[in-house]
Design a protein around this ligand. Structure first.
Ligand code: FAD
Ligand code: NAP
Length: 337
């Protein structure tokens, strides 16, 4: 473990924003955490960075930035229906998906190709193509910087919601998630309800899909639609899809009969933020070095050299435009540092 000073975070965030971390270290050994916490010479302020695929860096980062490189996947339990995997938080999410598929373990195949680390997955209860990670999380273990101890949270205690959890609220910036235990299924319960998956499987000529077929379909759809952060800086969906009351939805539907919607419960519906942004004429909109992606209006991109402030400004403009047209306030999904 080597403590470094004044390190550029450009290689560590998928927006490719160039800000400086005051102190920086790459952590590969969990046993060093208590020592880091107790070391009075190290700054009190600590930030964890995984794959950097859900953050917007708007300024230099004071204190200590820890790049999570904790690795390890271990089977810790098994019964007739399930296998429990304990996974170190620095493992790459997509590699875990591939590991599960190669061991015939089902439940996360729809979440293939989501960038980032395992430890960040519970943060926003990652989800895609009709599946959320909360469905397979058994527990999350986190180190508390202030209390200097570990706590294990069971699934309920994580308070998972739509792209949400306790780690985005009460525990924000207070803990370092070190392990996640997943309960995966031996017998797949395939979820092909999400339209695009069915169409892609048909294109692939698959009638009786396996978990690998599902992952392949998801990978094909994602690769064709989403900008690759290695080529063009982005953090995936910049905003969450808003959930609105039925009454507001019905009023809006009168003016916009083609407004898409997905029921959440008997009183609320989810409307796609990408559609709202597109209706504001902002799909493909460019502002200096930044812009709204031409194929997916929910994604804000860095064409090169953009600052975090520029991206923030564009996101403010998008928020305002959607509010002015639809009376809906979008919420940012990315974590702003
Ligand atoms: P980071 O960006 O490094 O961190 C995000 C936040 O979590 C930060 O505040 C950080 O401090 C905190 N954090 C990270 N690790 C820890 C830890 N171990 N302990 C405590 N706090 C921690 N998301 C989806 O839900 N579904 C998608 O389909 C999806 N698709 C995407 C596609 C693209 C092209 C991109 C760029 C992003 C996409 N995302 C998606 C968003 C992103 O990939 C996920 O949110 C992912 O889980 C972030 O992981 P990360 O390791 O990169 O987190
Ligand atoms: P899409 O298929 O164009 O659909 C647009 C939106 O409609 C999605 O955001 C999705 O909500 C919703 N939707 C579509 N079909 C649905 C269904 N059958 N049931 C419920 N909701 C439905 O979306 P996309 O942009 O190509 O993304 C595909 C999937 O990948 C989505 O699940 C999306 O969340 C995920 N993704 C997430 C990120 C991120 O950074 N968070 C980035 C890229 C893709 P949901 O978003 O709630 O699923």
């Amino acid at each position: 473990m080597q403590l470094q000073e004044n390190i550029s975070l450009q290689p560590y965030n998928t927006f490719g924003i160039d800000v400086t971390a005051e102190y920086f270290l790459q952590l590969t050994d969990k046993n060093l955490i208590p020592g880091i916490a107790a070391d009075n010479l190290l700054p009190e302020e600590k930030h964890i960075i995984g794959g950097g695929s859900n953050i917007l860096l708007t300024q230099d980062v004071e204190g200590l930035t820890i790049h999570n490189c904790l690795k390890g996947i271990e089977q810790i339990k098994e019964d007739d229906a399930h296998v429990w995997l304990q996974v170190a938080s620095g493992e790459v999410w997509h590699e875990l998906v591939m590991y599960a598929i190669s061991h015939n373990l089902a439940g996360i195949e729809n979440l293939a190709l989501i960038p980032g680390t395992v430890g960040a997955a519970p943060m926003q209860n990652i989800g895609a193509y009709g599946v959320e990670v909360k469905e397979v999380i058994d527990s999350v273990t986190a180190w508390h910087w202030n209390e200097q101890e570990y706590t294990t949270y069971n699934n309920q205690q994580c308070r998972f919601g739509y792209r949400d959890s306790i780690f985005k609220h009460e525990l924000k910036n207070k803990v370092f998630i070190t392990e996640v235990v997943f309960r995966l299924n031996k017998q797949p319960k395939l979820n092909t309800s999400y339209g695009a998956i069915g169409q892609e499987l048909e294109k692939m000529g698959v009638t009786n899909p396996t978990i690998k077929n599902i992952a392949d379909a998801v990978i094909a759809i994602r690769s064709s639609k989403l900008p690759d952060p290695k080529k063009i800086g982005n953090a995936g969906s910049f905003f969450k899809n808003p959930t609105i009351g039925k009454e507001q939805f019905e009023k809006l539907q009168k003016d916009y009969p083609e407004l898409p919607s997905y029921p959440v419960d008997s009183n609320t519906v989810k409307v796609p933020a990408g559609w709202l942004i597109e209706q504001c004429g902002l799909k493909g909109h460019k502002a200096g070095n930044t812009g709204v992606h031409e194929k997916q209006a929910l994604v804000i991109v860095n064409f090169g050299g953009a600052t975090g402030e520029e991206i923030w400004e564009l996101s403010e403009d998008v928020l305002q435009a959607v509010y002015d047209k639809f009376g809906i306030t979008l919420e940012r999904e990315v974590q702003v540092w």
